[in-house]
Write a protein that binds this ligand. Structure first.
Ligand code: GUN
Length: 282
């Protein structure tokens, strides 16, 4: 079974669009997402464009601020302070990675936590790890939604996460733990990675290397979630972190690249923006 994140996200976005359409009458306006892109990294430009397109589909107001790569940290912090103070901005997203001269931690911490639609603010991260109400990071949230939509049983199973980033690896491990999986986090320094990944009933790969996980590293019947978005050096085409063609016949469930996790991330960003907006209306 192939889980189409594209189809699932289209359904969820249609539901959100119907909900957002009722907001002007109820609240006098629609949710407003501000996206900041510093520099012109092609991957980041394409993500930011995708976020604007999804906002339009759902009926969310989107302001995308594109700043040159030379923007200083002080300038970026000033923009964030202005958006924090703007009562008509509900969500603020700073596209990562930032140019090297800007400290990402300081920038993320400067975002008002009630507008942190990425769930990256230290207070949101702390709330996640303490199982308190919080904004969930978009990619991990989207992965859990995909598993549930596909009817995958999570509780009691061995889940292996390959990658330990703050954006995906660590939070998805925590969400799988919250769903009662037995979770292992593997990474670039893991010894005999194949022996670890072969134990996985659910394998989530977020390591950022094209076709890094090969068929011999996956057990028959495993559920495989591929978070990678890479260029295949051989063909120049988009590909994931797993060797899809070789693994698809072995996996019971698998996500494609493109059209898998990526659209679900954007869909959850829309959901988070609506949640931040609604919390302000109470
Ligand atoms: N860069 C890669 N993934 C993400 C994400 O989920 N949010 C932001 N802000 N930047 C990213």
């Amino acid at each position: 079974m192939i889980i189409s994140g594209k189809e699932l996200s289209a359904r969820l976005k249609a539901d959100m669009a119907a909900e957002v359409a009722t907001f002007p009458a109820k609240y006098g306006r629609v949710p407003h997402l501000a996206v900041i892109l510093v520099g012109d990294d092609p991957g980041s430009v394409s993500y930011v464009t995708g976020k604007a397109k999804a906002s339009a589909e759902v009926g969310i107001r989107n302001t995308t601020l594109r700043k040159p790569a030379e923007t200083t940290e002080a300038e970026l912090l000033e923009i964030i302070a202005r958006l924090n103070a703007d009562a008509e901005v509900d969500g603020i997203l700073v596209q990562l990675p930032l140019p090297k001269h800007i400290n990402e931690e300081r920038v993320i911490a400067a975002i008002d936590k009630t507008k942190d639609v990425d769930g990256f603010h230290p207070l949101n991260v702390a709330a996640l790890w303490q199982k308190q109400p919080c904004t969930l990071p978009c990619t991990p949230k989207g992965i859990i939604k995909m598993l549930k939509a596909a009817g995958v049983e999570i509780a009691g199973r061995e889940a292996v996460v390959v990658g330990r980033s703050n954006i995906v690896g660590l939070p998805v491990a925590k969400l799988l733990l919250d769903e009662n999986a037995t979770v292992t986090v593997a990474h670039s320094r893991t010894r005999d990675l194949g022996a670890v990944t072969r134990r996985a009933g659910i394998l989530v790969v977020a390591i950022g290397r094209p076709k890094f996980v090969t068929a011999d590293m996956v057990s028959e019947g495993a559920v495989v979630i591929d978070v990678g978005v890479n260029r295949d050096p051989a063909t120049g085409k988009l590909c994931g972190d797993v060797d899809y063609a070789a693994i698809e016949p072995k996996a019971s469930v698998i996500t494609p690249v493109p059209g898998g996790v990526g659209p679900m991330t954007i869909c959850c960003l829309m959901e988070n923006t609506i949640e931040c907006f609604l919390k302000k209306q109470q």
